[in-house]
Design a protein around this ligand. Structure first.
Ligand code: PEP
Ligand code: MG
Length: 590
């Protein structure tokens, strides 16, 4: 953390970024070092080896002192917690005094003639690489311990202190280089005011998660924002305009205080729509469901007017833990959601881990290649490790006893994947029945995410083996235009209105409707009121979106004429210039 930012300290500074989560937060901002710093590596000058080894030994001794201080502090905790933490800290201390890690680093400084930080990073990679080859989640978690201890020494060497999320006082704004989707899931919006980061794109899962939690967020900021922060300085996160303002002047603060009041009034007005149907001015009713990542979001259910859950991202049940959740654990979480929905259907998507959504519990299975978005992930991983899929299928079908459930398969490319999954589903159903486990009489509908261009182009064949389609436009855009959805550097090129994307959407919607199966959209396009007319015009009658966006979209539908929406969509589908399409969308009047 930088202390005083010198000439800029105290002066208002505005950083622009990507406003990814509607809302405005004001409060003191704290730079949180969530990610480990990048360890510098450089060659040593001849004769520097001894000095570098001493630097390393001094940092190790400092780490040992820090850990024993932590251990002392932990004695104030309840007995069993203190014991648990004590054991963990002892293991880390042991690693500092005699371990492959410290031995390996000394040897690398000597042999490779590189600096201590670089030697530690290399040794961590080598140890964890070997651990990961064993493909056991317990061993993979031990690799995390090695990483932890190694980066503790690297931080000391680099002089980068560790401020964790729990150090941020209530009402604080979190500023970080990057926050992963799993870490975002841990942010309680009652405790944190907002987030601002350097890395992250509009449709990455950190953005999706922040929107779901209703946490104002600006991503893709200039790195200098991190250096300009005076610890705890007043700040504003404008998640609508995409701005982080440090040290706002009184005038700026007053302006934003007024806007916060306006937003509250808008929200109160929208909440009045809760019980009204989402029906167009010419009488077509649209089904609006909610996307859900973590059960805590269900707090928003009463005011959202959601007619069921159209997408529950089960992968979040696998994050922030060391082991894979058992079938029973998954059942407990799932049944809680089914019960809360009181008879409205809940769509559980099977594990979509991979890409930017990582879970250390699955470390041994995850694709560590350079191109994880195209690797072993989602349905591919589930079919390769069918025990993962079976536990999910069984947990979902058991929960089906308490209310209607549907199952959705992520990242499908071919009809064969759906058929294989259906056979596994049938087998799980038969065993549950044989064991007289309570579950719904009917098999749950099995749906397919259309989110890979190959799936969209083969939608007519996929429709013959699917009970419903859900369009995952977040990935469909990413894979069609070859733009990483979570990358701030290319965020401006991530364009939902690219005609190629729209054609793939139109083709798959039509294929689904021709086959007589329901087609919904659960990507973030569903949450943008500017796109509602186009989506309805293309034939969409079911949408699933984050709780926080539901009332606004319902309002939009209630203002729209379907006939005009269809004309609008036809006009757009005749265009080939993305900029022209953006212009038409922006100027469309219902
Ligand atoms: C999508 O890709 O549009 C989608 C809904 O799934 P996710 O955002 O979880 O990848
Ligand atoms: Mg997706």
């Amino acid at each position: 953390m930088k202390n005083n930012a010198g000439d800029i300290s105290g002066q208002e500074i505005v950083f622009t970024g990507l406003g990814v989560s509607h809302g405005i937060a004001t409060g003191p901002a704290y730079l949180v070092q969530i990610d480990n710093p990048e360890a510098p590596e450089y060659a040593l000058e001849p004769g520097q080896v001894e000095e570098e080894t001493t630097r390393f030994e001094t940092a190790v001794r400092q780490a040992q002192r820090d850990l024993s201080m932590l251990k002392q502090k932990s004695t104030g905790l309840p007995d069993d917690t203190a014991e648990e933490i004590g054991l963990l800290l002892d293991a880390h201390m042991a690693m500092l005094s005699r371990s492959r890690l410290t031995r390996g680093v000394r040897a690398r400084i000597l042999k490779d003639q590189i600096n201590a930080e670089g030697a530690i990073a290399r040794e961590i990679d080598s140890i964890t690489g070997q651990f990961n080859r064993i493909k056991d989640p317990y061993i993979a978690a031990r690799g995390e311990d090695v990483r932890n201890v190694g980066y503790r020494i690297i931080r000391i060497l680099m002089g980068v202190p560790y401020l964790s999320l729990s150090d941020v006082p209530p009402g604080g704004i979190v500023l970080a280089l990057e926050i992963s989707p799993a870490e975002t899931a841990l942010l309680d919006p009652r405790r944190f005011a907002g987030i601002a980061t350097v890395h992250g794109g509009v449709a990455g899962h950190t953005a999706v998660m922040a929107r779901s939690l209703g946490l104002p967020a600006v991503l893709g900021l200039d790195r200098r924002a991190l250096e300009s922060l005076h610890h705890g300085a007043p700040a504003i996160v404008d998640g609508i305009g995409g701005k982080l303002i440090l040290n706002p002047t009184q005038e700026t603060q007053r302006h934003y205080d007024r806007r916060i009041q306006d937003l509250k009034a808008d929200k109160a007005a929208l909440n009045k729509l809760t019980k009204l149907p989402a029906v167009t001015t010419d009488g077509t009713e649209i089904v609006l469901r909610a996307n859900l990542e973590i059960p805590r979001e269900l707090d928003n259910l009463p005011t959202s007017g959601a007619n069921g859950i159209g997408l529950f991202r089960t992968e979040f049940m696998f994050m922030n833990r060391d082991t894979v959740p058992s079938e029973d654990e998954q059942f407990e979480t799932i049944v809680e959601i089914v019960r809360a929905m009181k008879g409205a259907p809940v769509t559980f998507r099977t594990l979509d881990i991979g890409g930017d959504k990582l879970a250390r519990a699955l470390g041994a299975h995850l694709d560590a290649s350079n191109n994880p978005a195209l690797g072993l992930r989602a349905i591919r991983l589930s079919l390769k490790e069918p025990h993962l899929l079976e536990a999910q299928f069984r947990a979902i079908m058991r929960a089906g006893y308490f209310g209607p459930v549907r199952i959705l398969l992520p990242m499908v490319t071919t009809a064969a994947e759906i058929e294989e999954a259906r056979l596994i589903l049938q087998k799980c159903h038969d065993t549950l029945k044989k064991d007289k486990m309570p579950m719904a009489d009917e098999m749950p509908p099995l749906g397919t995410m259309i989110e890979i261009p190959a799936a969209a182009l083969a939608a007519d064949s996929l429709a013959t083996v699917s009970d419903f389609f859900a369009l995952g436009t977040n990935d469909l855009i990413q894979y069609t235009v070859a733009i990483d959805r979570g990358n701030d550097q290319v965020a401006a090129l991530y364009n939902p209105l690219n005609p190629a994307v729209l054609r793939l959407m139109e083709f798959s919607i039509q294929a689904g409707l021709r086959a007589g199966i329901p087609v919904s959209i659960c990507g973030e396009m569903a949450a943008d009121p500017k796109l509602t007319a186009l989506l309805l015009g293309l034939g969409i009658r079911e949408m699933s979106l984050g709780f926080s966006s539901l009332p606004r979209i319902k309002q939009r539908i209630r203002d729209l004429s379907l006939t005009k929406a269809e004309d609008h969509a036809r006009y757009i589908m005749d265009q080939y210039d993305p900029d022209r399409i953006i212009q038409i969308v922006n100027t469309f009047k219902a």
